[in-house]
Ligand binder design. Structure first.
Ligand SMILES: Nc1ncnc2c1ncn2[C@@H]1O[C@H](COP(=O)(O)OP(=O)(O)OP(=O)(O)O)[C@@H](O)[C@H]1O
Length: 367
């Protein structure tokens, strides 16, 4: 059994290590799970992701309990079917969905997964980021996946429900070296019905639209939800890629400020020569490991580096190079970006390099 230290990573390292186990058919144990986090060990949403991976591979799990600091997965072959996973908190549904997406490359029959929990919560991709940024980009590269949202879930109640349908997929290389010309920016503003009287969704959408250049679709929706909440997601469409920028509403935070936060993230991205946004930069790695890929991340982040280092332990050839001069700075060096990435949202730079980072991944997972 391959043993991997989770000490320098967070939930992503656990999810990805388990997903890579399923892709390679190899048994894997993760020790020192989230050791540097304030509350180490597995949280509900991590257990839920492991349950989803176990469902699609009929895996044996050991130590998949809340608080556990060691977990092992011994996967069987990736198989289709139906599964339902309940996070039971407002833990992120999109992150559970994310964990199983790469397994489409190994499916022979469709797999349908329903996940309940939080659809739009902090430190995680909002539902519209997954649905309107990540999935369309991956679909354009061979992933056959669709999502339906039965109910949104905000913090603290959660209670959202999403169904993923994943079909056998033949992935193409992610050759995303340039973002190309901007075609438009869509604004997707969503709030719980309880915030309709205050026009929260309209105000978020209007403030974002007013501050953004160019055209794009604007959608405003009020949704039933167990807790009040709101989210705005900007979907920037370029010739070669999509990028997403979002912000969540909070009690006491004006809708205009929510919009401004998302717009500021978009503007920061446009000021770089990056071809994918900060979050996609780490989330695309498993797909690049399957089919190969090259893209430019806005910056080095702890997530990018720990994820790249994890791929390397599975024998995948990953290079992170400073894009300004092409100098190779290291290959997913996990000595950087240590500590609690949760202090930020995983977007923090390690301070070692500024500016874009070219990510190159040779197709590497063997069965
Ligand atoms: N606003 C956002 N938009 C898109 N993706 C996001 C956003 N915020 C965070 N992410 C992504 O969510 C993932 C979070 O991984 P991380 O390991 O921090 O998660 P976690 O399971 O909550 O674990 P932990 O509690 O240990 O931090 C990363 O892939 C990150 O890029």
């Amino acid at each position: 059994m391959r043993s991997i230290s989770g000490a320098r990573g967070g939930g992503q390292l656990v999810r990805s290590a388990a997903a890579f186990a399923c892709l390679t058919g190899e048994a894997v144990a993760v020790t020192d799970v989230r050791a540097a986090r304030e509350t180490p060990g597995l949280k509900r949403q991590h257990v839920a992701a492991l349950d989803a991976l176990a469902a699609i591979t009929d895996a044996d799990l050991d130590g998949a309990r809340v608080g556990s600091e060691r977990v092992a997965i011994d996967p069987g072959p990736v198989a289709g079917g139906d599964a339902r996973v309940e996070i039971g908190t407002a833990g992120s549904v999109p992150l559970v969905v994310d964990a199983v997406l790469p397994l489409a490359a190994r499916l022979d029959d469709p797999f349908r997964l329903t996940v309940t929990g939080g659809t739009d919560v902090r430190w995680a991709p909002p539902l519209d980021y997954l649905r309107c940024v990540k999935l369309p980009l991956l679909r354009a590269h061979g992933l056959d996946a669709s999502l339906t949202c039965e109910r949104r879930g905000f913090y603290p109640a959660g209670g959202g429900a999403v169904t993923l349908t994943l079909r056998p997929s033949d992935l193409d290389s992610l050759s995303l070296s340039a973002r190309g010309a901007r075609r438009g920016i869509d604004v997707r503003s969503v709030a719980s019905e309880s915030l309709a009287d205050a026009d929260v969704a309209e105000r978020q959408a209007d403030a974002a639209r007013d501050a953004l250049p160019g055209d794009g679709e604007t959608s405003v929706a009020y949704v039933p939800a167990d807790s009040p909440g709101s989210v705005v997601t900007l979907v920037a469409r370029y010739a070669g890629v999509r990028a997403g920028f979002s912000a969540l509403g909070e009690r006491g935070k004006p809708a205009d400020d929510v919009a401004r936060e998302a717009v500021a993230a978009f503007e920061a991205f446009e000021a770089t020569a990056a071809s994918v946004d900060t979050h996609l930069a780490d989330q695309l790695l498993p797909f690049a490991a399957l089919a190969g890929g090259e893209y430019v991340a806005p910056e080095r982040t702890a997530h990018l580096e720990t994820h790249a280092a994890l791929l390397e332990t599975f024998g995948v050839d990953v290079t992170l190079a400073n894009d300004a001069d092409g100098e190779t700075k290291g290959r997913g060096d996990t000595t950087k970006g240590e500590g609690d990435a949760r202090a930020g949202d995983g977007t923090e730079s390690d301070g070692d390099t500024d500016g874009p980072v070219r990510v190159r991944v040779a197709p590497g997972f063997s069965r």
